[in-house]
Ligand binder design. Structure first.
Ligand code: SAM
Length: 268
């Protein structure tokens, strides 16, 4: 059921006058107003008793309310005003941090649940990979989610898919219409589940891998030979595999193999 007053708590409506629409936009504040969707997101996280849960950007508490009865919840909110109201509302059972997820040192966590501010989904996701957690249920813009879960051979398989695959397995759960939010975003959203795991390859040097991935997907229409020649001019590309192919058909394990060969040649 859709209720424009989810987070019916009127305290959230009494933000100071300087709390402009512009600021809301900058912070990606599209609040969930469909309680069925909130419930589906929280249920998908399958939080078990005693687990530590992190919510990023609790906003007006649509997910926080449901999560607060499940595990030990910490929620970090950048908007000062919302953080003040959330602290009052959830003072009994949630640790509300007023802060920026892009700067905060994330403690060890079991589960992450978030309807992320869209403009910084990518930096948030890659920052989270530096910390310890085992699964996450995250809502992204649909287009970003599709790129995240894309497989080799797909037109949208790229740097995001390969780098995320290094840390997690990904599964699309369900689509969320823009009408589930207030204010409504321009495009639909998609909920994705991420499970932390080791990749199915051994990497000798992560920095070289990142550089190779960036190189071959920046010029994805070019043959890999030409990309590698530009990024690693010191390397004799004739010693390498996959040179006549294009990046979009290489599996992450094959990109890792290429990266390991380049690293070995550079280390000679
Ligand atoms: N979870 C709420 C919901 O589903 O209705 C709000 C989601 S809204 C898309 C994103 C939330 O993230 C907003 O409350 C916003 O203020 C907050 N936010 C934006 N940037 C942030 C950051 N760098 N660190 C922490 N929170 C942030």
């Amino acid at each position: 059921m859709t209720s424009p007053l989810q987070g019916e708590d009127r305290r959230f409506d009494s933000a100071p006058a300087h709390h402009s629409r512009r600021k809301q936009k900058m912070l990606g504040q599209n609040f969930l107003i469909d309680s069925n969707i909130s419930k589906r997101i929280v249920d998908s996280a399958e939080v078990r008793e005693g687990e530590k849960v992190l919510e990023i950007g609790p906003g007006r508490g649509a997910l926080t309310e449901l999560l607060s009865s499940k595990g030990n919840l910490i929620a970090i909110e950048k908007d000062k005003w919302l953080a003040v109201v959330l602290k009052q509302k959830f003072k009994e059972n949630v640790e509300i941090i007023e802060g920026d997820i892009l700067k905060w040192e994330v403690p060890p966590i079991d589960v992450i649940v978030a309807n992320l501010p869209y403009s910084i989904s990518s930096p948030i996701l890659f920052r989270l990979f530096n910390y310890e957690w085992s699964r996450a249920v995250l809502m992204f813009q649909e287009e970003f989610a599709n790129r995240l879960v894309a497989k080799p051979g797909s037109k949208i398989y790229g740097r995001l898919s390969v780098m995320a695959n290094h840390f997690v397995s990904t599964k699309k759960l369900f689509k969320v219409s823009k009408t589930a939010f207030q204010p409504q975003p321009k495009i639909h959203s998609q909920v994705v589940k991420l499970i932390r795991r080791e990749p199915d390859y051994i990497l000798d040097d992560f920095i070289t891998f990142e550089k190779v991935v960036r190189s071959i997907f920046t010029h994805r229409r070019k043959k890999i030979r030409n990309c590698i020649k530009i990024t690693f001019p010191e390397i004799d590309v004739e010693k390498l595999k996959f040179m006549d192919l294009r990046a979009e058909i290489l599996k992450p394990s094959e990109i890792a193999e290429l990266s390991n060969s380049i690293f070995a040649i550079k280390s000679e």
